[in-house]
Design a protein around this ligand. Structure first.
Ligand SMILES: Nc1ncnc2c1ncn2[C@@H]1O[C@H](COP(=O)(O)OP(=O)(O)OP(=O)(O)O)[C@@H](O)[C@H]1O
Ligand SMILES: CC(=O)C(=O)O
Ligand SMILES: [K+]
Ligand SMILES: [Mg+2]
Length: 628
């Protein structure tokens, strides 16, 4: 949103590697490093001020941050990668949350492992107040504690050092105060099935112990690799180089988790992230529960255990989105496997059209330092290159001293990598839809995205009720942003997590042409659509139920007419795919709009054309899509 932020090193650059800052090198513009991170330029502040002063009904239903970014950078300058911030003590005041929202936070995450319900309630209410009063659009996610084996208490306020050869007791006995060399573990059955000679690994390798004796529920262990024991350190057991899997003994949703979910429902959160998901059943169970309560909260499955990797595909199919939770995952699989597993999770989510967040340690050093390491910037950029939907800050925003700066690093690094990625060849997407209407919607979105790239249009506009069409467009990762106009607030808040989608809340009617006129008029009146701009319009709406349901792809090119009041649509064309074939004779043709025959659209549409013609013969009407 603000002017370009150059990443600043905390190590002074004595010799800039033979480069002259300001010159173009290999097509990359290198700007001189600025000192520190400005969160907002004065120009940005001025735009925001004007927007805040403007009447709500003139504000297009776009959130203030996107509107400012759009005014400053234009359609193609909009950031596509979404940003999630974990809220903790370092950023929980109204003012601090406002700064994160201004900095581009799309989703605020509340980790129910920490702090009280009152504290979380206070934060959620502040975020909703900011959205209402200041024109932000920040969604709220709660993240369940889940059942995990970790240090419940080690008797010290912060960390404890375990030295090589020292003997420690790990117990499930609850006691107050401090017993030297004694660690309380969180799970009663933590020692079950554990044998002498097994290794107890703390926090994925921070320290390692060998089990020398099992005494009832307790383990006597010798430290074989010295290190630190942090509060709530994660504990895992290994035998012959393999993880001893213990999650299947634990419920995915504990009593506390259910109580936190009820709390989330009452407070109207937009996402529930389920920790330590083992299989699709747990996800389906929660989704069913939410639907019986008529709540449209999206369920995100956190992939952070070995079990979840074994059942990745069924979990991704069942959930509404995924979090690659690298923190705990790194405790369960060897660290060197994290990069390939991350790429596999992201690719699968894109194929199955589910938004994916990559989380943990993205800018870990920024908890303490005002600038990231080069390796951290490279990690963030790699996630963006892999086309994840969202990046997440954990401790950097929750407890760090430089949360806002960390957010600006995510913003700058993702903007730069998104630009670079546009030059890369597209990925082949597998076919998802099984019903004909779903296939039509999917092919329309694939073609529309390709067309938008080939024609170099400035923006894609989509009219959507449940966000499905917007999501199918986003799945193609098109160059222009996807403006998703919806009249459902739940759809607006859910789309906040999807790559390149700008959700816009508007009153939509059944008259699609009217909707198009209204929204393009608003974009024009705000100066966002300018002479020479072209937008591609995709809709999936029942025009008049008795005639046909149509999918339309329309190129709307803005030409400033000297004699006419505003802009006119030129060279537009419209593809109508009739579903009610008894009224229509195959493909429609509409001279005025330059409607094209399906065969112009390549083999994908040819096949669908054949299917439609086949259906015409059977007189069968395809079932309604539920899309859009
Ligand atoms: N609401 C909160 N109150 C206090 N501290 C918090 C809060 N949320 C996060 N933190 C702090 O920020 C750190 C990083 O947060 P994060 O959400 O990544 O948690 P985590 O405990 O590492 O575990 P996980 O993400 O696996 O649930 C935590 O270890 C904790 O110290
Ligand atoms: C985010 C989270 O839960 C993890 O990385 O483990
Ligand atoms: K959690
Ligand atoms: Mg975790």
């Amino acid at each position: 949103m603000a002017a370009d932020f150059a990443l600043v090193s905390r190590y002074p650059l004595t010799k800039p590697f033979g480069m002259d800052f300001g010159k173009k090198i290999f097509g990359v513009s290198v700007s001189p490093p600025t000192i520190g991170f400005n969160v907002k330029s004065s120009a940005t502040r001025a735009v925001m001020h004007t927007l805040l002063e403007s009447k709500k009904e003139d504000r297009l239903g776009l959130d203030i941050v996107t509107e400012t970014e759009l005014t400053e950078k234009g359609f193609l300058g909009l950031r596509k990668t979404k940003l999630v911030c974990t809220v903790g003590p370092a950023c929980c005041s109204y003012h601090q949350l406002e700064k994160l929202a201004l900095g581009g936070m799309n989703v605020a995450r509340l980790n129910m492992c920490h702090n009280s319900k009152d504290w979380h309630q206070d934060v959620i209410r502040k975020i909703k107040k900011l959205n209402l009063e200041k024109g932000f659009c920040v969604s709220v996610m709660i993240d369940t504690e889940g059942s995990q084996i970790h240090v419940a208490d080690h008797g010290a306020p912060s960390s404890l050092k375990a030295e090589d050869g020292s003997i420690w007791y790990f117990t499930t006995e609850k006691f107050d105060g401090c017993r030297p060399f004694t660690i309380q573990a969180s799970y009663e059955g933590f020692a079950q099935g554990i044998k002498e000679g097994d290794e107890l690994v703390v926090d994925g390798g921070m320290a390692t112990f060998e089990v020398i004796e099992r005494i009832g529920n307790d383990l006597r262990c010798k430290c074989i690799d010295s290190g630190l024991l942090l509060p709530r350190a994660k504990l895992s057991f290994w035998r012959d180089g393999k993880l001893v899997e213990k999650h299947n003994e634990l419920p995915t949703l504990s009593t506390k988790d259910w109580s936190d979910i009820e709390f989330g429902i009452t407070e109207g959160v937009d996402f529930i992230a389920m920790s330590f998901v083992k299989d699709a059943d747990a996800v389906k169970h929660l989704k069913n529960y939410l639907s019986t309560k008529n709540k449209f909260i999206k369920v995100l499955a956190k992939i952070e255990s070995l079990e979840s990797l074994h059942k990745l595909e069924e979990i991704v199919e069942a959930c509404d989105g995924v979090m690659a939770a690298r923190g705990d995952l790194g405790v369960e699989i060897p660290l060197e496997q994290i990069p390939t597993v991350q790429q596999e999770i992201i690719d699968l989510c894109r194929q199955l059209n589910k938004p994916v967040i990559v989380a943990s340690q993205l800018l870990e050093s920024m908890i303490e330092y005002p600038t990231p390491t080069r390796a951290e910037v490279a990690d963030v950029s790699e996630v963006v290159r892999q086309y994840a939907d969202a990046l997440m800050l954990s401790g950097e925003s929750a407890v760090g001293s430089y949360g806002e700066k960390a957010l600006s690093v995510l913003r700058t690094a993702s903007a730069r990598m998104e630009l670079w990625s546009r030059e890369q060849p597209p990925v082949l997407l597998r076919e998802l839809g099984s019903s004909l209407p779903d296939q039509i919607a999917e092919q329309t979105c694939n073609c529309a995205a390709q067309m938008a790239n080939n024609l170099g249009v400035d923006a894609i506009l989509v009219y959507t009720r449940h966000g499905q069409m917007a999501s199918l467009l986003s799945r193609n990762r098109p160059n222009p942003p996807v403006f998703a106009f919806t009249n459902e607030e739940t759809t607006q808040m859910a789309l906040n997590l999807q790559w390149g989608v700008v959700p816009v809340l508007v009153d939509l009617s059944d008259d699609m042409e009217g909707n198009i006129d209204k929204t393009t008029h608003l974009l024009k009146s705000k100066g966002m659509l300018k002479q020479g701009d072209a937008v591609l319009i995709v809709s999936d709406v029942i025009a008049t139920p008795t005639v046909f349901q149509s999918l339309q792809v329309k190129i709307y090119s803005i030409v400033w007419n000297l004699c006419s009041e505003a802009a006119s649509s030129s060279a537009s064309f419209l593809l109508k795919i009739p579903y009610f074939l008894d009224k229509m004779d195959g493909w429609t043709s509409d001279g005025a709009n330059g409607v094209v025959d399906g065969s112009c659209w390549g083999s994908g549409f040819g096949t669908i054309g054949e299917k439609l013609r086949g259906l015409k013969g059977s007189g069968e009407k395809p079932k309604e899509t539920g899309q859009g």
